[in-house]
Design a protein. Structure first.
Length: 121
């Protein structure tokens, strides 16, 4: 059976990405990403949102570009595959982490006129 795994979100960066290298010298970075979800209106008719926090992981050339243009608070579009990773911590507790393995990261904030438009994909 054929399957398809593609997600696209627009949200704000929660933490500056930091570039790391794997033992085989492959670039990787990750950053937290906040996506607001409309939940309806309260009793006074005001909109109610909830924030979903996700982790975005970028590899290789995309990772190198992401650390150059992505900063905390910036509005970005992230597209990629949804991945579920399970691991056991030092106290032998099992954890499950949902991540977006990015194939595209686009900066949506407007740049000042003196800076060229930067786009990562």
């Amino acid at each position: 059976m054929t399957s398809f795994n593609l997600v696209t979100f627009i949200g704000n960066v929660g933490k500056d990405p930091e570039l790391r290298k794997t033992p085989t010298d492959i670039s990787v970075t990750q950053f937290s990403f906040a996506v607001d979800k409309y939940m309806g209106k309260d009793e006074d008719g005001k909109p109610v949102d909830t924030t979903m926090w996700l982790t975005v992981v970028a590899w290789r050339d995309l990772a190198e570009q992401v650390v150059k243009i992505v900063r905390k608070g910036k509005l970005v579009l992230v597209s990629g595959k949804l991945a579920v990773r399970e691991y056991t911590d030092k106290e032998n507790v099992k954890h499950t982490k949902v991540e977006i393995v990015a194939s595209t990261v686009l900066a949506l904030d407007k740049k000042p006129a003196e800076q060229p438009e930067a786009e990562v994909s």
